[in-house]
Ligand binder design. Sequence first.
Ligand SMILES: [Cu+2]
Length: 209
Amino acid sequence: MLAVVLLLAVFSSNAAEVEVTVLDRDGEPVPNIAVYIQLDHDGSLPAPTDSAVMAQIDTRFVPHFLVVQTGTQVEFSNSDVVAHHVYSFSSPNNFMLPLYNSDLRTQIDFDHDGVVTLGCNIHDHMLAYILVVDSHVFGKTDIDGKTRLTTNNPNGLTVSIWSPRIELNRENLTQTVKAGRSAQITFLLSEKLRAPYSDDLEALSWNQH
Ligand SMILES: [Cu+2]
C-alpha cells in the first residue's frame, strides 16, 4: 500500500495540467476542436497503444473528425447494408480501400502526421477527417469549449489546435508552455466559424450523458 502512495506522489510532482479553452471572436465557446500537446526535446514518442475506429453508419462516417497518434491503425467498419468504397487523396497518407461490406475487416496504418480527408466513391456526401499528430496527448474541446490534458513537462511543451472548421492559414493555432509549468491557455479565433457539422454536436451531447 505504501509503495502505491509513493508512486502517485512522484507522478503528480512531474505532471503538468494544461487547460485549454477555445473561444470565437464573440467570446463564445467553440466545441469539438482538436487539442494536442507536443513535448519539447522529448526524443521518440511511445508507440501508440490503442487502435481507433472510423465507422460507417447510415452512410455517414462516425465520428466526423477523429484524432490519432502517428502510427495508429484505424479500422474502417461498415455497419450499413450497402457497400462503401473509402479513399483519401491526402498525401502521404493517401489510400484506397477495396469495395467492402460489413463482413470485411479493413484497416489502414497512418504513419505520417497531417490531415487526412476521407471520402467514399459510392456516396459523394460522405466526408470525414482524421488528424494524425506526432503526440500521444490529445483531446477535443467539450460543449464549453474546454479540455484538460495532463502530461509531464520537463522541457517545455507546445499546445496546438485544429479543426476542419478553422482555416489553417488565418489563425495562430499554437502556444507554448515553459518547462515544469501547468497552464491555462485560451485560443481566441479571429473568425466566426461555420456551423458545426450536425454529427459533431450529436456526439457531444451524447458525451454529456
Ligand atoms: Cu459509401
